[in-house]
Write a protein that binds this ligand. Structure first.
Ligand code: PLP
Length: 359
């Protein structure tokens, strides 16, 4: 950056952040669904796009009403389109929420270790990022959350379940209790909910005007490339997002692809159970090999403990297996992939550590 440009002071010296996008044989680093769409589904996407491009000279529906209605139908629980908001990935949904409910002089509270993008949304919206540590087993209960709220007086609280990178779930009873005891907006980030054994907090929306459930089509839905995130909440929260959104923020093609994906959800979600099984089997295998494993309720696993995790990450990459260097010191995170990909990951670990993690 050339000296002298009037860059915001809090951005000086900052680097663009994100997982390395490297060309590896086995890619298990960003919790994507490893299955690409079938030939028949690709044709359905292409036909819908072809049909829609007849309207490409016009702005898209800025309320995305058709898509929001489809998403409401997917979530069920009597939700309607006015309870849904949708944007370019849940990262944009989160940014809109912080734009509306955070901002200068306000705090957003999260429970660490957690998703590495939250501090960025906070910084971009000039919201102060404050954290409380999870319990040593990475769980979160109502007293922990409420003490954090008491201490930091946040206007927004983010509770991630299952949590990234630990895979730990938070029961809806905890969310219910927290929403009852605070006036802050409570955002439950359910990016991995389809993989979880815990019920969704969507069932609590009727009871709390301050509750937001954030979801994404990037993970279970195998649509990371489509950039579709959404939330379910009361209409006041949806309307606040509608105020701060950019005009026509969600492109015609994004709306079209998401609606086709939702119409084919049985096919797209068919791999979810199998990915959960791969994640569980990998946890068992890691435990048997003497690794420390954080029990995961999602499609990824946090494991260690390594004296030099970067060396292990690099050693795996040298064998063509890309995982993620994230989470507590000494730990690495791997996404669940196909059976073949998981075998490649296990083989690469065995060749690095023939006698277990410390070898
Ligand atoms: C992957 C992920 C998301 C999804 O982000 P998108 O912008 O929708 O791709 C949201 N929250 C968490 C915790 C995640 O891990």
């Amino acid at each position: 950056m050339r000296a002298g440009l009037p860059l915001r002071e809090d951005l000086v010296g900052q680097e663009p952040y994100g997982a390395p996008q490297l060309d590896a044989r086995v890619v298990l680093n960003v919790n994507e669904n490893p299955h690409s769409p079938s030939e028949a589904l690709r044709r359905a996407f292409a036909e819908a796009i072809h049909e829609a491009t007849g309207r490409l000279n016009r702005y898209p529906d800025r309320e995305a009403l058709g898509l929001r209605e489809d998403l409401a139908g997917y979530l069920g629980h009597g939700l309607r389109s006015e309870n849904i908001w949708v944007a370019n990935g849940s990262n944009e949904v989160m940014t809109q929420l912080l734009t509306a409910f955070g901002g200068p002089g306000r705090n957003v509270l999260t429970f660490t270790p957690t998703y590495s993008m939250y501090p960025e949304y906070a910084r971009n919206t000039c919201t102060r990022y404050v954290t409380e540590a999870r319990h040593p087993d990475h769980t979160v209960d109502a007293p922990l959350v409420l003490e954090g709220i008491e201490r930091h007086r946040p206007s927004v609280v983010i509770i991630t379940t299952p949590n990234n990178p630990t895979g730990t779930s938070v029961p809806p009873a905890v969310i219910d209790e927290v929403c009852r005891q605070t006036e802050a907006v409570v955002v439950v980030d359910e990016a991995y909910q389809e993989f979880s054994t815990q019920p969704s907090s969507v069932s609590l929306l009727d009871h709390h005007v301050n509750l937001v459930v954030a979801r994404t089509m990037s993970k279970a839905f195998a649509m990371a490339g489509g950039r579709v995130g959404y939330l379910a909440a009361g209409t006041e929260i949806v309307d606040a997002c509608r105020i701060v959104r950019l005009p026509y923020h969600l492109s015609l093609q994004t709306q079209v692809l998401a609606r086709v994906a939702l119409a084919h959800r049985d096919e797209l979600l068919a791999g979810v159970a199998e990915l959960g099984r791969q994640a569980r089997e990998f946890q068992v295998w890691l435990g048997q090999r003497g690794y420390e494993v954080v029990p995961s309720d999602a499609n990824f696993v946090l494991f260690g403990r390594f004296r030099d995790r970067h060396a292990v990450w690099q050693g795996l990459l040298d064998q063509g297996v890309l995982i993620r260097e994230t989470g507590p010191d000494g730990f690495l995170r791997a996404s669940a992939g196909t059976a073949e990909e998981m075998a490649a990951l296990r083989d690469a670990l065995v060749s690095l550590h023939p006698e277990g993690p410390q070898s």
